[in-house]
Design a protein around this ligand. Structure first.
Ligand code: SAM
Length: 275
């Protein structure tokens, strides 16, 4: 049966182009176009934005984004085997899909965004997903070039992204995301939704930038979160000893007996600013 967008079913596309999944590239494909539409819809209105997608693979999510009316999609794919399948989508949606063959970790996203409003949507390869997120959270200037990030991660990583203080998953990633964005968990996706199925449940998270995050040097924030969460069960007077311990904590007006996971993002910023 043909899909609603008039393109062939993804299973046929994968078979015809010999796209057997490569583990090293984190290839777990989504073939259900209802699910890919659900992910794309999480990003909100797409009509007036350029969508950047990392790792389109055979193009399931790409097709959903285009079907929902995105003005332009720029997709970065490392696996050249996927390019003919993506070219078929490009032909079906003239002038709306640009495919860049390359490693997303080496791409200057701001340069390819074309200057207009950008939303990033991706079912990320598990081995580079967190690094890409951190890069997007730390661009040269803030507010960033993107309006939102709608990203699929392993559920465990998703929980770390949206975690607040006093949550077991709260750590360096949660502080960074909480400092610069409003991050929320959108929904879970079970392993059997993918081909081949991964070992764990995945989650879609949605992040929107905070216009004016607390002013704070990233390097200082990273130093305090690294030291504090490096020994998360210890009291801060102990874990922060290399950075000044009790003196630093007194300066920031934080009880030295507290532990890393109890500190709010604001308090981490205060500590960073007192370094
Ligand atoms: N978007 C497709 C979907 O949802 O079915 C495929 C998602 S699959 C989890 C990850 C995709 O990212 C694969 O197509 C893989 O080839 C691609 N990929 C892996 N590493 C990459 C990298 N460093 N840069 C760009 N793409 C990469």
């Amino acid at each position: 049966m043909a899909a609603l967008d008039g393109l062939p079913p993804l299973r046929d596309v994968i078979q015809r182009h010999g796209l057997d999944a490569k583990k090293a590239l984190g290839q777990n494909f989504l073939l259900d176009l209802n699910l890919t539409q659900k992910i794309a819809r999480t990003a909100g209105a797409l009509e007036d934005v350029t969508v950047i997608e990392v790792g389109p693979g055979p193009g399931g999510l790409t097709r959903a984004i285009l079907a929902l009316g995105a003005r332009k999609v720029v997709a970065i794919e490392r696996d050249s085997r996927c390019l003919p399948a993506l070219a078929e989508i490009s032909d079906h949606y003239p002038d709306r899909l640009e495919v860049i063959e390359g490693d997303a970790l080496k791409i200057d996203f701001e340069a390819i965004s074309g200057g207009g409003p950008v939303k990033i949507i991706a079912n990320l390869p598990y081995n580079v997903g967190t690094q890409l997120l951190v890069n997007w959270l730390l661009p040269k200037t803030w507010p960033p070039f993107w309006q939102s990030l709608t990203l699929m991660f392993q559920r465990e990583v998703g929980l770390r992204i949206v975690a607040d203080a006093d949550d077991d998953h709260y750590g360096r990633l949660g502080v960074l995301c909480g400092w610069r964005t409003n991050a929320r968990m959108a929904f879970d996706v079970p392993p059997q939704a993918f081909t081949p199925p991964p070992k764990v449940t995945s989650s879609v998270v949605h992040l929107e930038p905070i216009a004016n995050p607390i002013p704070c040097a990233v390097t200082s924030l990273e130093k305090v979160t690294h030291a504090a969460f490096g020994q998360r069960r210890k009291m801060l007077r102990q874990s922060l000893k290399p950075l000044g311990g009790e003196t630093l904590l007194a300066k920031a007006d934080i009880d030295p007996q507290r532990r890393a996971e109890t500190l709010s993002v604001d308090e981490f910023c205060r500590l960073a600013n007192c370094l």
